[in-house]
Design a protein around this ligand. Structure first.
Ligand code: CP
Length: 316
């Protein structure tokens, strides 16, 4: 993985993803031992779109590995406001840093950035397309809850059209195989055809599309809730009509299995009632922590900085 850009998780093999999961668990257990792994390295976080978790966890990850961070949060403070292209920005920033994490509202922007950069670029979310490091956090959370990523019934609920975390997660779970997807959305926010095609092309996976969460919640091992993405709607009235279609509360959760895991990439608006937070099935704040650990694993891997004492999964 040394020197690689990560725009989608398709660029990583399944054993490489498994090794990242293993590495994150090692980092968690050896925080002090890994604290100098990336000493002398600099990460740039170029966030053209708002973020709390992704930017702060990319930055914390590098700081916890002993490196440093530069960047901007909000394109209004950067020279893009003077008309600078993404390519020119990346050609410039490549002179300053060792690795870049970029978030941008346009699909494909991270790929454009990686083509211009001379250092690895990690996609921190590009429009409604992909969010690969969120998927790494999701996988780590599923694995820690079930001890596996396959042979599960995974429900994805809410905005399945614009939810890039949903698209990334489905694509990656298909590569692990043996997943039954239950796609729960209103008619206006259904899963894009290219994502459905990906499931269809995977013989060990299947999907159903439904609109009623209560009808299917009892079948699920994982319920992945999502926010209706206001910023990607063209029409405010449509957003207002659809935003509260699904609200997971304790009454609905009482219909679910005792060991179902509730995931959410966050931020949430109304789609999970705060009363659910204290339910043992709520896994979304664990997911946040896993996001930082997985970004530590990824940053050290693309930089080729070995974690002291770590034995890669393949050689064990
Ligand atoms: N999950 C996620 O991408 O959160 P932020 O938008 O806060 O980064």
């Amino acid at each position: 993985m040394v020197g690689m850009s990560v725009i989608t998780l398709d660029s990583l093999s399944v054993p490489q993803i498994q090794d990242l999961l293993h590495k994150a668990r090692y980092i968690d257990a050896h925080r002090r031992q890994v604290a100098h792994t990336c000493e002398g390295r600099v990460l740039a976080t170029l966030f053209y779109e708002p973020s709390t978790r992704t930017r702060l966890s990319f930055e914390t990850a590098m700081l916890r590995l002993g490196g440093q961070v530069i960047g901007f949060a909000g394109a209004q403070l950067a020279s893009v406001t003077k008309g600078e292209s993404i390519s020119d920005t990346l050609k410039t920033v490549s002179n300053y840093v060792d690795v870049v994490a970029i978030r941008h509202p346009k699909e494909g922007a991270a790929l454009v950035a990686s083509r211009a950069a001379s250092v690895p670029v990690i996609n921190a979310g590009d429009g409604g397309h992909m969010h690969p490091t969120q998927t790494l956090a999701d996988l780590a959370t599923i694995q820690s809850r079930f001890g596996r990523i396959t042979d599960l019934t995974v429900g994805l609920c809410g905005d399945l059209t614009f939810g890039r975390t949903v698209h990334s997660l489905i694509e990656t779970l298909c590569r692990f195989g043996n997943v039954r997807f239950v796609l729960i959305s209103p008619n206006e926010l259904k899963t894009p055809q290219y994502v459905l095609d990906r499931i269809r092309q995977t013989p060990s996976c299947s999907y159903v599309e439904v609109s009623d969460l209560s009808e299917v919640i009892g079948d699920l091992d994982v319920l992945y809730m999502t926010r209706v993405q206001k910023e990607r709607f063209f029409n405010e009235d449509d957003y207002l009509r659809l935003r509260d279609t699904y609200i997971l509360d304790e009454t609905k959760l009482s219909l679910a299995k005792d060991d179902m895991a509730v995931l959410h990439p966050l931020p949430r608006v109304n789609e999970i009632a705060t009363e659910v937070d204290s339910d043992p099935r709520a896994a979304y704040f664990e997911q946040v922590r896993n996001g930082m650990l997985m970004r530590m694993a990824l940053e050290s891997s693309v930089l080729g900085d070995d974690l002291p004492g770590y034995e890669p999964l393949e050689t064990r």
